[in-house]
Design a binder for this molecule. Structure first.
Ligand SMILES: NC(=O)c1ccc[n+]([C@@H]2O[C@H](COP(=O)([O-])OP(=O)(O)OC[C@H]3O[C@@H](n4cnc5c(N)ncnc54)[C@H](O)[C@@H]3O)[C@@H](O)[C@H]2O)c1
Length: 296
């Protein structure tokens, strides 16, 4: 099994930027790609802020932090990922959009490259079917935020090879993560359990059982969760939560997974959570818009 040296990450949002940071901090050359220049600009800022914070807290040496920043490149050109040994996709949670990307990645990536998806819920087997290399396609589900959270959930598609699995597991362990393995069913392990709870918190709010503050306080102090489910939904992104519930609903064919109408209404209103400055809660600020000409 060859050691992975170069990594491409597609999608420079909260997950992609964190995965790119992890790769660079652990000695890989990393290309981070996003089609939106604003997202790349935000990713550069968030990665350097996060690395500086880790250095100032003594969790990372200055030498490793500086070296990591030197091994990260930002791009909007897919061709730049040609030399990557592994490409991890972290774009919008939509099967159609991800499949289109996997088709393109299959075309540009070198023959030996592994194509991984950070999907929260979508079938790896179906994403792999868009490529000519299903044995080299795998799910690597990092948790949010990737540099901090200790878990990576690995999902094998129907045809994922043992070698691809070993490479993905070794990479996650090199990043200091604990690996769990899930079979390829909608939502895998973590979101199969977490998302229905978050959805139920929305139903509890929607049906007037309690205020958002009391729902979150109840779950924090009553069940020892570090964040309440509605706060957590804002942190994950309400668009992501809604997409996952839709995948669970269709994929598992049970109405108990029907997304709460209030969740759908918030997403329709653009209340996507922290990343938009407003979700269930109002964070009082909207992230700055950056001119497209901003230097990346
Ligand atoms: N948010 C979480 O807590 C979380 C946790 C684990 C996994 N995930 C999964 O990770 C993925 C990304 O989630 P996120 O929260 O980072 O989303 P996000 O909205 O923060 O970022 C997505 C990024 O992808 C970019 N993008 C969209 N289509 C693209 C394309 N075709 N090519 C290149 N870039 C494209 C967007 O410009 C955006 O910057 C999703 O599949 C999600 O389900 C999310």
């Amino acid at each position: 099994m060859a050691v992975l040296k170069a990594m491409g990450v597609v999608g420079g949002g909260q997950m992609g930027s964190g995965i790119a940071q992890l790769g660079a901090m652990h000695g890989l050359d990393v290309w981070l790609l996003d089609t939106d220049p604003n997202a790349l600009f935000r990713a550069t800022n968030s990665i350097s802020t996060s690395i500086n914070r880790l250095i100032s807290k003594g969790h990372l040496s200055k030498a490793v932090g500086t070296d990591a920043l030197r091994h990260l490149w930002y791009t909007s050109n897919l061709e730049e990922l040609r030399s990557a040994d592994i490409i991890i996709e972290a774009i919008v949670e939509s099967e159609d959009v991800k499949k289109k990307l996997f088709l393109e990645l299959d075309y540009i990536a070198k023959d030996s490259a592994i194509l991984a998806s950070n999907t929260s819920s979508i079938s790896i087997t179906r994403l792999a079917s868009a490529t000519s290399r299903p044995y080299q396609v795998i799910g690597m589900h990092f948790m949010n935020p990737p540099p901090i959270m200790k878990l990576v959930e690995i999902i094998r598609g129907a045809d994922t090879s043992d070698e691809t699995f070993s490479s993905a597991k070794t990479l996650a362990e090199r990043f200091g993560k604990t690996v769990i393995c899930s079979r390829d069913f909608s939502g895998f392990i973590v979101n199969r359990i977490l998302m229905p709870m978050i959805n139920e918190a929305f139903y509890t709010l929607y049906t007037g059982v309690a205020t958002k503050e009391d729902i979150d306080t109840g779950m924090k102090l009553g069940t020892n969760h570090p964040m309440g489910p509605l706060e957590l939904a804002d942190f994950i992104g309400l668009d992501i939560c809604l997409s996952i519930m839709k995948v669970l609903h269709v994929g598992l064919g049970d109405n108990k997974y029907a997304p709460c109408p209030l969740l759908g209404q918030y997403v329709d209103a653009g209340r996507l959570g922290r990343k938009r400055g407003i979700g269930v809660y109002d964070y009082g600020k909207v992230p700055e818009q950056v001119k497209p000409s901003a230097r990346l």
